[in-house]
Design a binder for this molecule. Structure first.
Ligand code: GAL
Length: 670
């Protein structure tokens, strides 16, 4: 649970006051006159933090061992003089042409053997020894050159590791995979047992025989697939650690991070695992313009980012001021939407608001991507909103370092995401994030905060714990969840949870093997629903995706299926457990069904909204020692009443009780 005491801000903030503000800065794309104008405009906008040099390797080292630092020296000196701090990148995210020409073996290879070539970016495999030698080389040269530079506040390692390509299937990757497996299992017998290779004659006599799950005639061994996901996430992190080792040696006092892509769509990296090696969590987030509920997806991603950060404040390293250029149709943000988006991230724990990018490029494949300074320059709506946002963030300085308060936990596990969505399962419609998003959406709409918590983390203090399609669980996780119920939490477990152990071996004796006892149910057979079909429930609700043959064994049936062949079979059950309870949900309820269920669960757990408010207002509370800030973001087109008493930090006046249509109030409570 979020603690209410103020924790020391991460080291990165020591040189920065209040909420940091800025974006990716790519001055190498511009002549000196524009770079000078940049400094003026940055001042006007209140920018105090920039990421520099992310894609600059080819210009910094135009041929092997020949360096050109003149432009970067000038840029960093000017930024330092202007009081702007820098997250300096390792410049490794786009290897230079001379390196690819000399060492084409660094290029990524896909599962079907395609080699991905240069001319774009991110064209390297993290397991290439040659690439690591060159990447640590440029990192060390940069670190030595700028270690004492007054602008340097943070290392920005590479960029969005795993973006575009997150699994690599070349020969060097295969060798690294085998070495990883050998460390994990110790013996080939242990691997055979874990992967269940007695099936389909998949037995291995030595690690040398093992390949990555490359293109194959039919479905691949699930243990091999799951381990390859684990390995692939680890391989990217191991590459990060190789660069980090160089930075730590040269600049032990400078914190380091890399920008993650936490969202409801990024599946390949286990960010909970990665988080322990980042000094501060940094995230990039982009809205899907076609999603009418994109602000709710934003909230999901921001809450998950805070979960990865263990509740600590984090950096929003990239988002967009307006349109992106990589969706099928790239709509601009509506007036006021950028401010709402930015403050929604702050409301959910961000202490920095940054964009891709400072100035909109005039050439290259991102020239139609919005930026803080658009093609039209300062006399544009976007730049004026950027200036307005800078002023707003300055007023939010007191919020820095405070923590979001939540009494609801949604258990979240990347390994469960990977394993739940493996092939050859009862239904391809069981998508890991979907049920979680449905619950999160319902809680969002009510103004109830949610923390995402890793299954092995403490659940102490949460009144409601939601466990959705947590298909693969270790015994320790079952004990953790059961103890939350015994201690007084209302715990809800959904279908397709606790089915297998960490090795993807079915827990026998009836489903859900791991949770049978806690829930007091036993499932005999799955009845996944056909595409688009639904099943009626006795409480008037409707289920989709899933149904199953449930027997109660100590639990009470709260509602049942009403259709052949499951007529009268429980669909929702509840069992009192210690000071709390354990609920079991055997289908995916429709919108009304989720609402009714969340009502019951919140009532039982005694949890209410952050404040009483009209519909359409997003609400969170951040607390610091002795201080409390309510964020009220009005996504509706009408003025809204929100009952909170205090001073509005944004207006500097007493809060009136109303948040204007499309507006935001940040109220320091009395
Ligand atoms: C990110 C990337 C940036 C930029 C941005 C555009 O994935 O880190 O460099 O490409 O997307 O939305």
């Amino acid at each position: 649970m979020s603690s209410q005491e103020q924790t020391a801000p991460p080291a990165v903030w020591r040189n920065l006051d209040g909420i940091a503000y800025g974006g990716d800065y790519n001055p190498e794309q511009w002549p000196a006159s524009v770079r000078l104008e940049d400094l003026e405009l940055m001042k006007e906008a209140g920018v105090n933090f920039l990421s520099v040099g992310i894609f600059s390797w080819g210009l910094l080292e135009p041929s092997e061992g020949e360096y050109d630092f003149a432009w970067l020296d000038e840029v960093l000196d000017n930024l330092a003089a202007a009081g702007i701090k820098v997250a300096l990148a390792t410049a490794t995210a786009s290897p230079p042409a001379w390196l690819v020409r000399k060492h084409p073996e660094i290029l990524p290879v896909t599962a079907d053997g395609t080699v991905l070539g240069p001319g774009s970016r991110r064209h390297y495999t993290p397991s290439s020894a040659v690439f690591r030698r060159y990447a640590t080389g440029i990192t060390s040269v940069l670190a030595e050159r700028y270690k004492d530079h007054p602008a340097l506040a943070l290392w920005h390692v590479d960029n969005e590791l795993g973006c575009h390509v997150s699994e690599f299937y070349g020969d060097e990757d295969a060798a690294a995979f085998r070495a990883w497996l050998e460390r994990r299992y110790g013996s080939i017998d242990a691997l055979n047992a874990a992967w269940g290779t007695a099936f389909w004659s998949q037995h291995y006599s030595s690690f040398e025989e093992i390949q990555p799950p490359r293109a194959a005639p039919s479905t691949l061994n699930p243990g091999q697939q799951l381990d390859f996901q684990r390995f692939s996430s680890w391989a990217l992190m191991d590459y990060y650690l190789a660069l980090l080792a160089v930075l730590r040696e040269v600049t032990p006092g400078v914190p380091a991070t890399t920008n993650l892509m936490v969202s409801s769509a990024t599946k390949s990296m286990d960010y909970f695992d990665w988080s322990k090696d980042l000094d501060v969590i940094a995230n990039d987030h982009y809205l899907v313009a076609a999603d009418p509920e994109r602000h709710i997806e934003l909230a999901f991603s921001a809450d998950l980012t805070r979960g990865v950060a263990g509740g600590d404040p984090w950096i929003l390293m990239e988002h967009s001021t307006s349109a992106v250029n990589w969706q099928p149709r790239n709509q601009p943000k509506m007036p006021g939407e950028m401010l709402r988006n930015s403050l929604a991230h702050v409301a959910r724990g961000a202490d920095a608001v940054m964009f891709f990018q400072w100035r909109q490029s005039f050439a290259g494949s991102e020239k139609f991507h919005s930026a803080m300074v658009p093609h039209g320059g300062r006399e544009t709506r976007v730049f004026q909103e950027v200036v307005g946002l800078g002023a707003a963030l300055q007023k939010l300085a007191p919020v820095r370092g405070s923590r979001v308060e939540s009494r609801v936990a949604i258990v979240f596990d990347y390994e469960a995401w990977w394993a739940t969505e493996l092939d050859s399962h009862p239904s391809q419609d069981v998508k890991y994030p979907e049920l979680l998003r449905s619950f999160h959406r319902s809680l969002f709409l009510r103004g109830v905060s949610v923390d995402f918590v890793h299954p092995t983390a403490s659940l102490e203090g949460y009144g409601l714990v939601l466990v959705c399609t947590l298909y693969n669980v270790a015994d320790a996780v079952v004990a953790n969840i059961a103890s939350a119920a015994r201690a007084g939490a209302t715990v809800l477990v959904s279908y397709f949870s606790g089915i297998v152990d960490e090795q993807d071996h079915v827990r026998l004796g009836g489903y859900p093997g791991a949770f049978r006892e806690l829930l007091g149910v036993r499932v005999e057979e799955f009845h996944p629903l056909l595409a688009g079909s639904t099943v009626k429930l006795s409480d008037g609700g409707v289920g989709s995706v899933w149904s199953e043959h449930v027997h109660v064994n100590g639990a009470d049936a709260i509602s049942t299926f009403t259709e052949y062949p499951l007529d009268g079979i429980p669909a929702l059950t509840r069992r009192p457990v210690g000071a709390g309870s354990a609920w079991y949900l055997a289908t995916f309820p429709d919108g009304d069904g989720i609402e009714a269920l969340v009502d019951r669960l919140l009532t039982e757990a005694g949890i209410s909204a952050v404040a009483e408010a009209d519909h359409g207002v997003e609400l969170t509370r951040r607390r610091a020692e002795g201080r409390s800030f309510v964020f009220a973001i009005n996504h509706s087109r009408a003025d809204a009443t929100v009952r909170v008493a205090g001073a509005d930090l944004l207006t500097g006046e007493r809060y009136t009780g109303k948040v204007p249509a499309g507006g935001v109030a940040v109220i320091e409570e009395d």
